[in-house]
Design a protein. Sequence first.
Lengths: 358, 450
Amino acid sequence: MLSSILKKVQPSLNNSVRIVARSYSTGNKEVTVRDAINSALDEELARDEKVFVMGEEVAQYNGAYKITKGLYDKYGPDRMIDTPITEAGFAGIGVGAAMAGTRPIVEFMTWNFAMQAIDHIINSSAKTHYMSGGKVYNPIVWRGPNGPPTSVGAQHSQCFAAWYGQIPGLKVIAPFSARDHRGLLKAAIRDDNPVVCLESELLYNYKFTLTPEEQDKDYLLDIGKAHVEREGTDVTLVSFSRMVANCLEAAEALAKEGISAEVINLRSIRPLDVETIVKSLQKTNRMVTVEEGWAQSGVGAEIAALMMEHAFDHLDAPVERIAGADVPMPYAMNLENAAMVQTQNIINAAKRVCYRKK
Amino acid sequence: MISQTSRVLLNLSKNNGLKRVASNYLNRSVVSTSSKTNGIRSFSSKVNEIKEEKENFQYTNNLEVQELKHYIPCYTIMNQEGIVQSPEQDPNFSKEEVVKMYSTMVTLSVMDSVLYDVQRQGRISFYMTSFGEEAIHVGSAAALEMSDTIFAQYRETGVFMWRGFTIADIINQCCTNEHDLGKGRQMPMHFGSKKINLQTISSPLTTQLPQAVGSSYAQKLAGEKSCTIVYFGEGAASEGDFHAAMNFASALSTPTIFFCRNNKWAISTPSKEQYKGDGIAGRGPNGYGMKTIRVDGNDIWAVYNATKLARKITVEEQRPVLIEAMTYRVGHHSTSDDSSRYRTVEEINHWKEGKNPITRLRNYMDRKGWWSDAQEKELITEARQTVRDSLVVAEKQFKPSISEIFTDVYHTPTPNLIEQQQELLEHLRLYPDEYPLNQYLDSDKILKNN
């Protein structure tokens, strides 16, 4: 299947997709995902003094990606903490601080660097509550950019959704829109469990419109609930994080060819909203999963298995997985484009599961 | 990592217009003259300030390779005969207090002997003894307050006992019955208790160190007049987490006591092969700018004084202290180890008989006329009986409830957990006779109710 993806790779329809919705009422506000995360952090820091942010460059430098802009000036060095360059160190310190009753937000400059600290996340953070007999909580948000950006090579271009999604005790969110980032991140900070927040560096500059409700300081989304971004009747495209944009783009293109695609934004990898996915499949009977990570044991593999368990009789075609090519990410741009999921791959897959000829 | 980061940022700047951010980032180690742009905080003034700071070292035209010359001395005040050589340093506990300390040490030793054998009989799966390190446990624990948080490695049972963790608590955990505070989820010796302010012990080596720094940082933020003490072995100090924790504690200035039990053996690796240089203590002052004490771990009064002083420094000055207690692991590493394969009986006896910390305190008590052979005999008999009785009772208790398998994975169970639980209960209702349900707490109630 993967070799077939490579063969079918075509340049993306539009490399700089921007989901720009016009604001119709004065209450609506257009913001970038970066602003959305920043406002969510700001509001939660203001709301609860137990919350603090820790990581490399997060305070004085305002974050490597400027996510924490202005927060150091507002909250000071006790609650915006620049750490030495030791992921294992500040991850462990986050775990201990959470055990002691605070609510740390630990930023990894990218999730790739978190591999140096993964023992603390999996063996300590995720298991503390269970192993202490339910007496100790570990309310941490582990956040940072995940998945391939561009032109940073194999060691900086990978998706960890499947890795963390496997661990009981962790919640794993993968927000897409500004609304998602605000609602999910704020819910994660208030959650009593450790939450892994997988952001996308390429999404940081995307602009979305927030309604007045979504701008509210108490706007929360349920972790574990998916969102139907676009309704359709012929095929379901299931995705998360940046790939939702590609799915929406694919749905637009498919509509022109008479295929009505439903797009599901998972929002949460664990817990996974099986109900919403199954309901959609029962309606469309065909499904394509899309993720930036690798296919083997990936999020798409899990969804395909779940559909067989829960809705086998509703499937009119095998579920197809679109995923990154099964190689470490190459650096050269042409090779990188070939290895990354492009919208055209999704369109092609949707047509295949609908048994449509080109 | 810096170079990786720089490269990432440079590359990213191509994509998202953060070029100036990346170049600022790269210029930080050099004096940055870039003016405030993009609203990004300028670092130039800060760099200048640092330059003006007085350096702590002197310049020299003498090319001299530096070598380790001065070893940190080991603080000790009571010899093996129980004589406190500098009486003004004797903490002068009352008879009752000393008897309580001594009883705790003897009881720990007796319990270790019995439970080691119990493991050999297959009645519990695993055990770790503390033979030879009893003075460290009781001496350090006595110098702490209950508001101080404990992060332990696994060989600190006496610390917990001193703080009120009972023999029954210990044995219930080893037997993983319904009274095990951890609900039967961890292997023996992995205790945790809110009552005695002990964070749950976790198996991966040395992860407790950075976590303790985080815990003490939280205490500092909250303005508490307490500290976090973290115990670890000299072998654990070889892990990267040791460096991470020491460096962070120093840089963040946290009230942490790093308590190293240097017992000369990390399973089969002798400390000689574990590190070069001046042990663990040697890394403190020069390596991390951390106040450091090396102490005789078999001298309970020296351990007490050192820990008391360390606590005072951490709480009053809000900065970390490193203690290295020199001792010897008289027992095997754990019940999964046979230390006769890598060390001699003579070596063990040199410590077990020549430097025994329990005998040392006993000699001190004898000099004061506070203890007799009859009392000793009674204490040992009583301790052995308590352990045996607790074990018999613990073995008869229910195992933790079946429903506890699925609780506490999350604060509130997620849909897939509820589904799994229901499937299990349906299965058990169908085949109740195929499983020993009567061993588990409240099985009847659970199967009926759901």
